[in-house]
Write a protein that binds this ligand. Structure first.
Ligand code: FES
Length: 178
């Protein structure tokens, strides 16, 4: 995965698309010669992997690139919780809330991660705009099943799958990311 560029500069993302991202976008579109629209999700993943989130300029740019209307891209960004419209923390904590993990204590683990990260556990949880710690270091959000249901509660911390988490162990896990 690309190093995520999560800081904001005041310049829209579409004004600073690097050549290698453009190359990969062009290459991805070639996989869908009959319907360019089918490249929407691959392009959104490429974009978020590079920039860390998808701003309004990205929605407009991608829609133009695929000969679509902006709403055709925006509806994907707002439908899939994986896509975000605001920067996440440098350390992005995604806690599974699906049944097996929930029964094993996933909600308590999420609260413990929030507390350890300095985030209000009562903060609004929405995948598109996750709560971020004041220093920008951590964000915590819920996601659906991470395909490790037998070892819950499970969380994805950046690209690391962490299993069998307890609320008591959450702070120690985050300390590895300092
Ligand atoms: S229910 Fe949590 S990993 Fe499947």
């Amino acid at each position: 995965m690309d190093k995520q560029e999560t800081h904001t500069t005041g310049i829209s993302q579409s004004d600073r698309i690097p050549a290698d991202l453009l190359f990969r976008i062009d290459e991805a579109v070639t996989h869908y010669p009959i319907s360019k629209r089918s490249a929407s999700l691959p392009l959104l993943h490429l974009w978020q992997n590079h920039f860390g989130f998808i701003d309004d300029s990205a929605v407009n740019w991608i829609s133009k690139r695929l000969d679509l209307e902006p709403i055709n891209i925006l509806e994907l960004v707002t439908f899939y919780p994986w896509f975000r419209q605001q920067p996440a923390g440098k350390v992005c904590i995604r806690v599974c809330r699906t049944l097996s993990c929930a029964l094993a204590g996933g909600f308590e683990v999420r609260d413990a991660f929030c507390t350890a990260a300095g985030i209000n556990p009562n903060a609004e949880m929405h995948g598109h705009t996750p709560p971020v710690s004041a220093d920008g270091k951590f964000s915590v959000e819920f996601v659906e099943c991470l395909a490790s249901c037998g070892s819950g509660p499970v969380a994805l911390i950046n690209d690391d799958l962490v299993e069998d988490i307890t609320p008591e162990g959450a702070a120690g896990i985050l300390s590895q990311y300092h």
